[in-house]
Design a protein around this ligand. Structure first.
Ligand code: NAI
Ligand code: 15L
Length: 269
């Protein structure tokens, strides 16, 4: 596949979309922006819902790839998740297939495997092939997205890299995040690798920095050419002093998905 240049960025108004709008142009991409909410300072952005098939058809026309970040990013009633994350992602894949877009990078989540016990010291890292164990309807929708991506590769030859993102924020803010944090700069490195690697078929990767306390196996991400440069460890002293070490008796501490397993944050809209 020739190196993609024009990328449709869905979810451009969100936290990760905003970070990627500032970081990805350095890699030479031209971004076409899409979100249900207006994108501040970007009058050319497409303001439309993933339920709007006509708008999606326009949005994907002529792009080299899609970075699909749009969707409900926390827990919500099933009906809302169904509309935005399940039907919305299906609508995007159909639009991409009809327009001949060759590749999608899909923002999956660690919550597709959130009920997986976190490895203790000395135990092996969690592989991408671990059985999916969603911790919420939200995680279930990411599990669906990964299966949809596999179907569109097997049936239609549309490639996807599904990135099970850990926590991509400017800094880690909890002891759990020391294990799952992805710095924004590493996020841009990983998305760039996923957009440009040769012949990915449908590849599933975990998305995090090279954290000292890493819980999962980054080898499929590294095989795409991803070379993470950051590590959460410099934040460990302060966070552990404030919050204490993880307690293996606490369900929110002993699963990959953290507090999503028992007290998930709720989508506010
Ligand atoms: P966010 O909630 O800040 O942004 C999501 C964006 O999607 C919002 O701007 C929202 O308006 C848009 N959106 C939601 N439903 C839509 C619809 N039906 N049609 C069009 N636009 C819609 O979330 P964030 O943190 O930026 O995450 C981006 C993506 O990455 C999400 O898919 C999320 O599930 C995934 N992810 C993010 C992680 C993180 O650490 N930030 C971790 C794991 C996954
Ligand atoms: C996610 O999937 C969420 O979208 C994000 O807001 C964080 O909560 C992240 O997971 C996490 O697990 O920290």
């Amino acid at each position: 596949m020739p190196a993609p240049r024009t990328i449709l960025l869905t979810g451009a108004a969100g936290g990760l979309g905003t970070l990627m709008r500032s970081l990805l142009p350095e890699y030479g991409y031209t971004l076409r922006l899409f979100d249900a909410r207006p994108v501040e300072g970007e009058p050319g952005a497409i303001t439309a819902d993933l339920g709007d098939k006509e708008a999606l058809g326009e949005a994907v026309r002529g792009v080299d790839a899609v970075l699909h970040l749009a969707g409900i990013s926390l827990e919500a009633p099933f009906e809302k998740i169904l509309r935005s994350n399940i039907e919305g992602t299906y609508n995007l894949y159909e639009a991409a297939r009809l327009a001949g877009v060759p590749r999608i990078v899909f923002a999956s989540s660690n919550h597709a495997v959130g009920f997986t016990p976190a490895p203790r010291a000395g135990e092996p890292l969690i592989p991408v092939g671990t059985p999916r164990r969603p911790d919420t309807f939200y995680g279930l929708s990411k599990s669906f997205g990964e299966d949809l991506a596999q179907l569109y590769w097997d049936k239609h030859g549309l490639e996807t890299v599904s990135v099970r993102i850990g926590s991509c924020f400017p800094e880690p803010t909890s002891v759990r995040m020391l294990s799952v944090w992805m710095s924004p700069a590493d996020g841009a490195r990983l998305f760039h690798a996923a957009l440009t690697a040769e012949e990915v078929g449908h590849t599933v990767v975990y998305g995090s920095s090279a954290n000292t306390r890493l819980w999962w196996d980054l080898s499929t991400a590294r095989a795409l050419g991803y070379d993470p440069q950051d590590d959460s460890e410099p934040y460990a002293g302060k966070l552990i002093a404030e919050q204490g070490e993880l307690d293996p008796e606490n369900p929110a501490h002993r699963h990959l998905g953290g507090h999503f397993v028992n007290d998930p944050p709720i989508w506010p809209y």
